[in-house]
Design a protein around this ligand. Sequence first.
Ligand SMILES: [Zn+2]
Length: 137
Amino acid sequence: MRESVVPGAADRFGAEPPPALELEPKPLIPVPTPTQARFDTASGPDQLALETQSDEEQPFVVCARCRNEAGKFAQSCPTCGASFDTPEQREHNARVWAERKAQLQADRESAHQRQEAMLEDAKHQASVRHNEAVELA
Ligand SMILES: [Zn+2]
C-alpha cells in the first residue's frame, strides 16, 4: 500500500496536492482532408507535366539558309535576315522538327531503358548481398 493513496496522507505531511493533469486535448491544427478532387483539377501536377512535356508544337524556328535558331514567333532570321514565311523555310522546319521529335522520343525510350536496367541491376545486387548474408550466417 503506497502512502499517497492513504486518506489524509497529504495533510499529514503538509504537502500541496499535486497539480491536476492536463487532460484537455490541445486544439489541433486544421488539416485539409485529402480528396481525389484535388488531383482532378486542371491546375494539378498532371496538367503541368503535360504542358512542359508537350512537343507537338515547334518551340523554335531553324533558318534553312544559315541553320541558326530563332524564336517561334520570328518572321525572319535574326542572323541572315532570310524570311521564314517561305515554302522552303516551312518545309525545312517541318523536317527539322520531325527529326527533333524522333530524337526526343528515342532519348526518352533509352532513358526509360537505362532506368529499367538500373532497377534490374539494383535488384540483382540486393539479391547477391542477400545470398552473401545468408551464406555468412
Ligand atoms: Zn538565317
